[in-house]
Design a protein. Structure first.
Length: 218
């Protein structure tokens, strides 16, 4: 079985967010499918805001945390992008993080898209917006996407939910209807990533690069 590396990005500014729990859930499912999976929680990374001077420059970003995030994306074979839904769109924090990346950052990579909304299921639009972003960065968003609401989660939501990749005590309800969609999403991402790896992209090209996971919770 071809193993692969996935970077899961939680794009909520809130620590211990539902978005983090959703992204972590998909990450655990990918681990069962042979992925080495890391979590980049933007609420914890403290990335600098994007700026045109850096966007167009060929020089490495002057801020170490930004370079580490960019390197982590470059070292991945696949990505999961997760966002809360604000005014029917994806978060500004995720937008700023994506704008730190070079224009070919997702080239040859499959990307899974997930979102969380506090109200009725209206978060599909945020994922559709992210599809355009993935395409602009050279990636391929898998067909299925997953959207959640608060009722899809179980567990104690008090206390410190930051920490390891399990995402604390807030978890997606595996008895609920969304879990099966997450399983299917993980299947799609794993299948397409392995197919792309078999074609010589992008993990083979990533060999020899720094894996860039410093500062990214494993």
């Amino acid at each position: 079985m071809i193993r692969f590396r996935t970077l899961c990005v939680a794009g909520s500014p809130a620590r211990g967010s539902h978005t983090r729990a959703l992204v972590a859930h998909v990450g655990r499912l990918l681990e069962r499918r042979g992925s080495e999976t890391s979590l980049a929680d933007l609420a914890e990374l403290g990335l600098p805001p994007s700026h045109p001077d850096h966007y167009w420059s060929a020089e490495p970003h002057p801020v170490a945390r930004a370079r580490e995030f960019i390197d982590a994306v470059r070292a991945s074979d696949a990505l999961v992008l997760g966002t809360p839904v604000y005014h029917s769109g994806y978060s500004g924090l995720l937008k700023s993080a994506v704008d730190l990346l070079p224009r070919d950052a997702f080239e040859g990579r499959a990307v899974a898209l997930v979102s969380h909304a506090g109200g009725p299921r209206g978060s599909a639009g945020a994922c559709e917006q992210l599809r355009q972003v993935v395409k602009a960065l050279g990636g391929w968003a898998v067909p299925l996407q997953v959207s959640t609401v608060t009722a899809d989660f179980t567990g104690d939501t008090t206390g410190d939910l930051a920490g390891d990749f399990t995402g604390g005590r807030r978890t997606l309800d595996e008895a609920g209807p969304v879990h099966a969609r997450c399983e299917e999403l993980a299947d799609q991402l794993a299948a397409f990533t392995r197919a792309m790896r078999g074609a010589g992209a992008p993990g083979d090209r990533a060999e020899g690069r720094a894996n860039g996971r410093a500062g990214v919770a494993a």
